[in-house]
Ligand binder design. Structure first.
Ligand SMILES: [Fe+2]
Ligand SMILES: [Fe+2]
Length: 277
């Protein structure tokens, strides 16, 4: 795999506060997208949806038994997925535009984009099959925010770091969805395999880029990855980062302890600011 071109390195990622802020904005926005649907679990033993996190993000559905396609509560979950998949589509288009070589561009156009389009279509159809055929809710603000941020992001490597977070969160969510019995479960399992492929692709690109980067550049990129993961941890759930993002760090040559130290420091800062009132 060929790392980013020299042209992609300018301006340096953390060379200015503005650039750094934009990077954070990207990760924040992408994180926000998945944050809306994180926290819902499907339990195959007692078919029900259960809110796992403070239920301020979504209306809390009551536990029900039976076919999920007969449960209107899934509107919130699956429309959230739909908008998340649409955001992933936008991201794949932008990745193709920014790709530094044909190999990366081909993956974005022929694999990544096709996969995300299919995922969005599946969730759109699922919403349409819910009782009463509810209309898709209007585009949420976070989805619009992602689209705007992705369009203005001018670095392939930044987009890839954002993509890694989004794809890993899709794996996290679909692992729960793929426990559905029957055809629905099979469809989600296929999606899950594709999302794991997207995670692997982003990880390999970042690993190769870091390996071939000059020391200063490598430090900048590691810094950006650590900051993005820390932000994701604070914005979504520590459990998600621990299970799905921390294992990526050693593959990138980054110490998990470095990340944990940073996350702890960030938390202390937050606590201090709260105490100061
Ligand atoms: Fe997807
Ligand atoms: Fe994906």
């Amino acid at each position: 795999m060929v790392p980013e071109k020299d042209g992609d390195r300018k301006p340096a990622l953390l060379a200015s506060r503005r650039k750094s802020w934009r990077s954070l904005q990207l990760s924040a926005s992408l994180s926000g997208a998945v944050g809306l649907v994180v926290g819902i679990r499907y339990n195959p033993h007692t078919p029900a949806t259960t809110i796992m996190t403070p239920a301020t993000l979504l209306p809390q559905p009551r536990a029900r038994r039976g076919d999920p396609l007969q449960q209107p509560d899934f509107l919130h979950l699956w429309s959230g997925f739909y908008y998340g998949e649409m955001a992933a589509c936008e991201l794949s288009v932008r990745l193709a535009e920014m790709a530094p070589d044909r190999h990366l561009q081909r993956f974005s156009t022929e694999t990544h984009h096709n996969d995300e389009t299919w995922h969005a279509e599946v969730f759109q159809q699922l919403v349409g099959q819910l009782p009463g055929h509810p209309a898709m809710p209007p585009t949420p603000a976070w989805a619009q925010e992602i689209a705007n941020t992705v369009r203005t992001c001018n670095s392939y490597v930044e987009l890839t770091i954002g993509s890694l977070v989004v794809e890993a969160s899709a794996v996290f969510l679909l692992e729960l969805q793929s426990q559905f019995p029957g055809h629905l479960g099979t469809t989600f399992q296929r999606m899950l395999r594709q999302e794991k492929g997207h995670v692997a692709f982003a990880t390999r690109y970042l690993r190769d880029t870091l390996r071939q980067a000059e020391p200063d550049r490598r430090r900048e990129l590691k810094e950006l990855i650590l900051e993005t993961f820390r932000y994701t941890r604070d914005r979504i759930r520590p459990q998600f980062v621990r299970l799905h993002l921390e294992p990526v760090l050693p593959l990138l040559g980054i110490s998990v302890q470095d990340y944990r130290n940073r996350a702890r420091l960030a938390s202390r800062k937050v606590v201090r600011s709260i105490l100061r009132g």
